[in-house]
Design a protein around this ligand. Structure first.
Ligand code: NAD
Length: 472
């Protein structure tokens, strides 16, 4: 029975245990999969103004069953060892689930980034990277960080530059970190990847007739109402893509400074622009401010997307949640004890380890690009385009009909990097959903998507260990 108020790490462990009981994996092997293999806790000094500040930071490698390990770096004042361990554990399961051949890891720096200047953040990031290099906790074949809460492509550039300074001449050095700007060995489509993956994942569920019948909803995304908590990287792309490509109506947004609501729907692109200009979402034309930012979570809607931090849906508010579907864009937004309540209410929870796996999927593509030293599509784009053109010409000759220039340009286009990245991401999210759905339908006592996702991930990791001969 789950503890009544579990912290994030305990929630992950509770969820693990619940799913592990549905497998036939031997206990010793389950124990090995569950634990964090290496935890590096560090303290280092950074000069801020004319004072020294001691910074607390972590890098946790949860599982070495595949290398390199992979996971983002979080900058937040709430960072602590157990939080990073929880996030690193989720990364292993996430990678296994979407067939990304990495072990899981995560990093955390306990600072509030808003309180530092760009120069100071650069100094902190470079010093953190130096500590990782010193302990051999970073490298394209060792451990590969990426952005997470409070970090972006900017920090990834500083990490790369610091790493390269230590490893002059290492040919694959660019693969030591992902989520870099495109001009700095990054890949097109990485910034939007997590949000785009959330969209593909939700679309798969919403297109499922049987699941929608059970919720009393029409299949399909169009016209569904959505509430988003957190308008950072993941929340903003989930919002814009769901709105533009899924025709979803976003009725409320909650951010640090407050929550806003509009029955008619909120244009997310315009809201992001408004926030950039004014520093707040509050006051956006056509919306009402809600009393508390947490109130948005309790609104009646089809899809609730928590995209900020963990433990925001807990035992205290789970009963008041009126959404039909919760799409965990953030890591760990629903505690294990809250989930028991939500499932009893018939709410579908689409779990973090699946739904936000788009980020690590495209990070994997970026890493492959770095190792191949070539942009995706460079070799075949023109060749494919010419082949399609020959086919269209042949069609015109054989039928005597002509294809308009506009149609011709659509039909004969070769794929660019962004097309291939989006296609690979969509393929990954669709496949992973079908696998989880199939396990949920087939396995007795496996009644929720999180358990099904866990069963899938644990089975794959266990099989890796068995193939290594560690657990014959
Ligand atoms: P971010 O820093 O870009 O954005 C988070 C946003 O949430 C910020 O704008 C912040 O102001 C807001 N926020 C914080 N507390 C809030 C609260 N109580 N109510 C409302 N808003 C609040 O971070 P991100 O990269 O978008 O990450 C968000 C979540 O998604 C995290 O859990 C992260 O681990 C997860 N995630 C991120 C990625 C990625 O690629 N960035 C990948 C997978 C999972």
């Amino acid at each position: 029975m789950a503890k009544s108020t579990p912290n994030f790490y305990e929630s992950v462990q509770n969820n693990f245990d619940k799913a592990a009981a549905l497998t036939t994996i031997p206990k010793g092997l389950l124990d090995q999969i569950k634990v964090c293999n290496a935890v590096y806790q560090m303290r280092f000094p950074v000069r801020i103004g004319n004072q020294y500040k001691v910074v607390e930071a972590y890098r946790v490698q949860h599982s070495h069953h595949r290398l390199p390990t992979k996971g983002g770096i979080r900058y937040s004042i709430h960072v602590n060892q157990e939080e990073v361990m929880a996030l690193a554990s989720l990364m292993s399961y996430k990678c296994a689930l979407v067939d990304v051949p990495f072990g899981g890891a995560k990093g955390g720096v306990k600072i509030s980034p808003r309180k530092y200047t760009q120069d100071q953040l650069e100094r902190i990031t470079r010093r953190y990277t130096t500590e990782l290099v010193r302990k051999n906790f970073i490298g394209p074949g060792i451990d590969v960080p990426a952005p997470d809460y409070g970090t972006s492509s900017k920090e990834m550039t500083w990490i790369l530059d610091t790493y390269v300074a230590f490893r002059n001449g290492e040919i694959d050095a660019a693969g030591c970190v992902t989520g870099k700007p495109v001009t700095q060995n990054g890949i097109r489509g990485r910034t939007e990847a997590t949000g785009r993956g959330v969209f593909y994942g939700l679309r798969e569920l919403l297109n499922n007739k049987k699941e929608m019948e059970a919720l009393g909803l029409e299949p399909g995304m169009a016209g569904k109402t959505m509430v988003i908590q957190g308008l950072g990287n993941v929340g903003s792309y989930t919002g814009t893509i769901s709105q533009d490509e899924g025709d979803v109506k976003i009725i409320a947004v909650s951010e640090y400074e407050g929550a806003i609501y509009s029955e008619k729907g909120i244009d997310i692109q315009k809201l992001i622009k408004f926030r950039k200009e004014t520093g707040s979402i509050v006051g956006f034309p056509g919306t009402k401010k809600m009393a508390k930012r947490e109130d948005a979570l309790e609104l009646e809607c089809d899809i609730l997307v928590p995209a900020a931090l963990e433990n925001v849906i807990h035992k205290g508010n789970a009963k008041k949640i009126k959404a039909k579907i919760i799409g965990e864009a953030a890591n760990g937004p629903v505690t294990s004890s809250a989930e028991e309540i939500l499932l009893k209410k018939g709410i579908i929870v689409v779990p973090d380890m699946y739904l936000n796996a788009g980020g690590v999927t495209v990070s994997y593509f970026e890493w492959l690009k770095n190792l191949s030293h070539m942009r995706f599509g460079r070799m075949e784009k023109r060749f494919n385009s010419q082949t399609y053109l020959n086919l269209v010409d042949q069609f015109e000759r054989m039928t005597g009909k002509s294809v308009s220039e506009k149609e011709k340009s659509i039909l004969t286009r070769g794929a660019d990097e962004i097309d291939l990245v989006r296609s690979g991401l969509e393929e990954t999210m669709v496949n992973a959903f079908q696998q989880i759905r199939e396990i949920k339908a087939r396995k007795k006592r496996c009644e929720d998507y999180r358990s099904a996702a866990f069963v899938n991930a644990l089975t794959k990791i266990a099989s890796d260990y068995m193939n290594m001969g560690v657990f014959p």
